[in-house]
Design a protein around this ligand. Structure first.
Ligand SMILES: [Zn+2]
Length: 678
């Protein structure tokens, strides 16, 4: 679906970029709202980056950050705790583990019990006892041994690592050279809980220590992010923690600003500026591989994911290179990197997304998959050649960030009941409508998620496929080769589906097949681009669909918008002026005694006063009277009035409720419901 809609973000699911950070704030459950989440444990505060505000995106619209917070260069990072001798770097293999370990070749691929015996951790009798218990009760042998009290959890980790051929390393006994530490930015080390311990430049082999043999994501991601070959070693969580504190102390974190300074002075990269087509592939590859470029890009990505950005923009202009994030629908500008690294950044992204870096004249699309803090993150990359170089936009699809759950998208209790009844009908058409970025996709997916059971066949045609959901058959439409929504939909009917999702109805042909599908006993979910629910009827007629086909098949239209949620951390009550109320067509007496809120701005919300978004809805259900009006080709205004008489709450009215419940602000509702007619 062509809808760049970042879904409403359940706020308590902060990406666990800073696992281990203590929640620093406690968030009050939002009033007694049926539509909000159940009071949940306070969100792990997406702790401010250890460098405070320096990396915070600069806010473009009003309320600026503290003056120059983004521009002040941080104090020069002090060196590592102790000056290290430039002597031969102690290689990882030379570090002796604390535990008595036979050579790894004697352990790799063996059974866990045998490995533990060889490590001298348990006796044969104990292994046999655990096996006996396992035979009776099942469960992993390691866990049984821990429960029996024969071994510690850390022994199991060590043994499991040995099983997959990872050698142990005792971080407290080695001194890691600065050059090796500097290969991995602090944020990356902290995020993935890893320590680089050895580097072989000829083979690009980086040895790293991790605390769990299951932390394969770290090794995969490092390969993607840094382009290194990775050799993992196992260490204990305590040692990793200690080493992180020693080598990457929180107050010495390399910030985006540090890297930008570093890049500004990079003469090799500066030489590329203004060379345009004359740059050959080798130079381009070299620039893309340069360590500061990689590190900057990694920080930018991690920060964007941490801040729950939906898009990251890299835009070369004649004299500058801009980096911007979109968060909750609003673009924020980052400290601009030097203009001359634009091409290196674009090339690096293309390498990561498996695109052709030699091609610089045609648009390219690709994707990068990462695991950040244990969550899958998909980056959709779109490269567009412009007058001043390649402009790159990355859409962040953080699947952990998306809860496709009807209960949590903002529907009020009564609306939720109505929608549930509608989507459980055996046939009919349900339309979700609103402009681009109004959350339609998320609403329909949430409905599908609820309908997605083993006895239901669901087919979707989308442009693009935004979420992969197990159990759904999802098709990406491709108009270039003639695979349109209409064509997709027609073949769907031969696939014996129960429920069909059509990304969008854009033409009469698609509308007609949707009608046909509904008439032959299928439930069809789809979207339209109109400002509100009643206008959807006029839109279908404009496409050329006969009123009787609409009334025969259409069950309901759900109009929606996303409004930003007030940050719970800095929310304050206030008294709106008469002028503000007038924007909502209200008089002071209309709202007497009702509370109003806004966010003052804090670190937690990047001083925006908002965090996350929520849908507001209007649900127009077609009953006999409204169907009669449609047959008479009644105008949208008449349809709206009739629907309101039957209890439909308009978008503006839903917005008002959300305001007085302290969920959003007057500004948000005015902005999002401005086009509604009276
Ligand atoms: Zn705040």
């Amino acid at each position: 679906m062509p809808e760049p809609t970042p879904p409403p973000k359940p706020r308590e699911r902060a990406v666990d970029l800073d696992a281990g950070a203590k929640p620093k704030i406690s968030v009050q459950p939002v009033r007694s709202r049926p539509i909000t989440e159940a009071p949940s444990p306070p969100p792990p505060k997406a702790a401010p980056p250890p460098d405070g505000d320096k990396n915070a995106p600069r806010r473009v619209p009003s309320r600026p950050l503290t003056p120059d917070a983004t521009a002040t260069p941080p104090p020069a990072p002090a060196g590592p705790p102790a000056p290290r001798k430039p002597a031969a770097p102690p290689s990882a293999a030379s570090a002796k583990p604390a535990v008595r370990m036979p050579h790894i070749s004697q352990l790799k691929g063996r059974q866990l019990g045998r490995i533990l015996i060889k490590m001298g951790k348990i006796t044969r009798t104990q292994a046999a006892e655990a096996k006996e218990i396992q035979a009776k009760k099942g469960g992993p042998i390691g866990q049984i041994l821990v429960e029996l009290g024969y071994v510690e959890e850390s022994d199991i980790q060590l043994a499991l690592a040995a099983q997959v051929g990872m050698e142990p390393v005792d971080l407290s006994k080695i001194d890691i050279p600065n050059e090796v530490i500097s290969l991995i930015p602090s944020q990356v080390a902290h995020t993935y809980k890893i320590i680089p311990i050895d580097w072989q430049p000829e083979t690009k082999l980086l040895s790293i220590a991790l605390a769990s043999p299951d932390n394969f994501q770290a090794t995969d991601d490092l390969k993607t992010l840094m382009g290194f070959n990775i050799k993992p070693f196992i260490s204990s969580p305590d040692q990793i923690e200690a080493a992180l504190n020693r080598y990457y102390p929180e107050d010495k974190v390399e910030t985006i600003n540090d890297l930008i300074d570093e890049l500004a002075g990079d003469e090799d990269l500066a030489k590329l500026e203004g060379r345009g087509e004359s740059i050959d592939l080798d130079e381009l590859k070299e620039a893309a591989e340069s360590n500061p470029v990689k590190k900057l890009l990694n920080l930018v990505l991690l920060q964007a994911i941490r801040d729950k950005a939906s898009d990251i923009h890299f835009e070369p202009f004649e004299d500058e290179f801009k980096m911007r994030y979109r968060i909750d629908g609003v673009l924020y500008e980052m400290v601009p990197p030097p203009r001359h690294i634009a091409m290196a950044i674009a090339s690096r992204i293309k390498v990561m997304a498996n695109l052709n870096i030699a091609e610089r004249r045609l648009p390219q699309d690709g994707r990068i998959e990462l695991m950040v803090g244990g969550n899958p993150v998909d980056l959709r990359v779109a490269v567009l050649p412009t007058m001043f170089g390649e402009s790159v936009v990355m859409r962040v699809l953080d699947r952990s960030n998306v809860r496709l759950d009807l209960d949590r998208i903002g529907l009020r209790d009564d609306e939720l009941n109505t929608v549930r009844q509608l989507i459980h009908k055996p046939n009919g058409i349900i339309i979700c409508t609103g402009p681009t970025g109004s959350g339609k996709t998320t609403t329909l997916y949430s409905a599908l998620n609820e309908l997605n059971t083993i006895d239901t066949k669901i087919l979707t045609s989308e442009d693009p496929v935004e979420y992969d959901i197990d159990g759904l058959v999802q098709c990406q439409i491709n108009p270039e080769i003639g695979l349109t929504f209409a064509r997709c939909l027609r073949s769907f009917l031969r696939q014996d589906p129960d429920i069909i999702l059509v990304g969008e109805i854009r033409d009469l042909e698609t509308a007609q097949i949707a009608v046909q599908a509904s008439l032959t006993g299928h439930l069809v979910l789809t979207t339209l681009h109109t400002n509100d629910a009643p206008s959807a009827i006029a839109r279908l007629m404009d496409l050329g669909l006969e009123p009787f086909l609409i009334t025969a098949t259409l069950e309901a239209v759900i109009g929606q918008r996303l409004v930003r949620r007030i940050c719970e951390n800095c929310k304050e009550e206030f008294h709106p002026t008469e002028e503000m109320l007038m924007e909502l067509d209200l008089r002071p007496e209309d709202v007497a005694g009702k509370p109003f809120f806004y966010g003052k701005g804090c670190d937690y919300c990047n001083n925006t006063g908002y965090r996350g978004r929520l849908g507001i809805f209007e649900v127009m259900v077609l009953d006999d009277d409204i169907r009669d009006l449609i047959m008479q080709r009644a105008s949208s205004n008449i349809l709206r009035a009739a629907a309101r008489k039957r209890g439909m709450r308009t978008l503006r009215e839903s917005g008002l409720l959300a305001i007085t419940e302290g969920i959003t602000t007057i500004e948000e509702v005015v902005k999002e419901t401005i086009t509604e007619e009276g």
